[in-house]
Design a protein around this ligand. Structure first.
Ligand SMILES: *[C@@H]1O[C@H](CO)[C@@H](O)[C@H](O)[C@H]1NC(C)=O
Ligand SMILES: *[C@@H]1O[C@H](CO)[C@@H](O)[C@H](O)[C@H]1NC(C)=O
Ligand SMILES: *[C@@H]1O[C@H](CO)[C@@H](O)[C@H](O)[C@H]1NC(C)=O
Ligand SMILES: *[C@@H]1O[C@H](CO)[C@@H](O)[C@H](O)[C@H]1NC(C)=O
Length: 339
């Protein structure tokens, strides 16, 4: 029996619905990931005037990140997907923004800094220009923390060397009496001995000597110069953790350290009502091998990764690229930085 045109149409409709259903419900094989197009990142000027080679495919060669081209050739401005500006040079007038150039519609300008707000001067002129932020802050569009812990413990579990020759050390270059870390130090040293190194004390440590010297003591004062949101520097990740000593921390809140550092890995200054109470705690832990070792347990399952190369940070833009907000403008960058 020949089908009428409307019957044929209905059949066709039915079969396409069935086929759609089939493909959406039964065919669970994932689509092969579309090879994402190459992302071009232009670094407008090098942080602190120190440049590194960008020849070849650095993100792939050094960090196994593909489809990410880094350049510092400012002539390539019009082809860049993201242009990165390091704040220090902008604030000092050592570099200026290419506001005179035609800015492609899809191009994103990235404000980059690893400094706390205190060291981020001259932000007021930068409102309404940037699309993304790149900083140690967790809520930056591209977070670039000073360090992090990753799974994978040390082959040898770390143990308190019973013969460690001192209790606490501190490396300090820029001592400012009005900073709270200076006040805590002054109070603490009334109760316990503290070995002080660094330029302030005329006992600078070379890169090679730094960690072995810190490792001679049981505790290290990982005191940040600014107590601000998320600011945890290499004073924790490198100086204390990588030396294998227990940090006494002063910086953001305990909750922040709990979120970012391994569990039971630090002693927070704010947990003690006085310097005397903190000093007593350090002496108690030092005298009790088990209590001290408990602070080092995390080394069995985790290790510290510090990030020190600007190229690695720039490659992070590509890692995050597809998840970054397509349209965003920091209308009040100063407020964001000081948040
Ligand atoms: C590099 O990345 C690819 C894809 O992400 C992965 O399959 C491969 O194992 C990685 N290679 C190394 C040496 O990490
Ligand atoms: C920068 O790019 C321009 C345009 O492609 C090119 O002519 C120039 O040689 C490049 N400069 C350097 C230093 O690579
Ligand atoms: C502790 O003593 C052991 C054995 O006496 C020695 O091998 C080690 O180097 C000493 N460690 C420190 C930090 O002095
Ligand atoms: C980036 O910021 C500029 C300056 O405010 C703005 O004009 C532009 O639309 C933004 N671009 C994107 C892709 O969000």
């Amino acid at each position: 029996m020949p089908l009428s045109a409307s019957q044929a149409f209905l059949l066709l409709l039915l079969s396409s619905i069935l086929s759609l259903l089939y493909h959406s419900l039964l065919d669970k094989t994932p689509e092969p990931a579309a090879p994402h197009r190459t992302i071009r990142v232009l670094l407008w000027h090098w942080p602190f005037g120190r440049s590194y080679s960008l020849d070849g495919d650095k993100c792939l060669e050094m960090y196994n990140i593909s489809g990410c081209v880094l350049t510092d050739n400012t002539s390539l401005f019009s082809t860049a997907d993201a242009v990165v500006f390091h704040h220090h040079e902008l604030s000092k007038g050592l570099a200026s923004l290419p506001v005179h150039l035609h800015r492609p519609l899809s191009q994103h300008w990235v404000w980059m800094s690893l400094e706390p707000p205190d060291n981020s001067a001259n932000l007021e002129g930068l409102n309404g220009l940037f699309n993304w932020t790149m900083s140690y802050r967790r809520d930056a569009d591209i977070p670039i923390p000073y360090g992090e812990t990753v799974p994978g413990g040390a082959a040898q579990p770390m143990h308190a060397a019973p013969n460690r020759s001192c209790l606490v050390s501190w490396v300090i270059s820029k001592y400012r009496p009005q900073q709270s870390r200076a006040r805590v130090y002054q109070d603490l040293k009334k109760h316990i001995g503290i070995e002080v190194y660094g330029r302030w004390n005329n006992k600078p440590l070379s890169r090679r000597k730094l960690l072995p010297t810190i490792a001679k003591c049981l505790f290290y004062l990982s005191f940040e110069n600014s107590e601000v949101k998320d600011y945890i520097s290499e004073k924790l990740w490198r100086n204390a953790f990588q030396a294998g000593v227990v940090p006494v921390v002063l910086g953001p809140s305990r909750a922040t350290y709990e979120a970012l550092a391994p569990p039971h890995s630090f002693i927070h200054v704010s947990d003690f009502s006085s310097a005397a109470a903190l000093a007593a705690h350090l002496q108690r832990v030092a005298a009790d091998g088990g209590a001290y070792d408990a602070y080092l347990q995390w080394h069995r399952t985790h290790r510290v990764r510090t990030s020190t190369d600007w190229r690695e940070r720039l490659c992070q833009i590509c890692v995050r690229y597809t998840r970054l907000p397509a349209r965003r403008v920091y209308h009040d960058l100063e407020a964001w930085v000081n948040m």
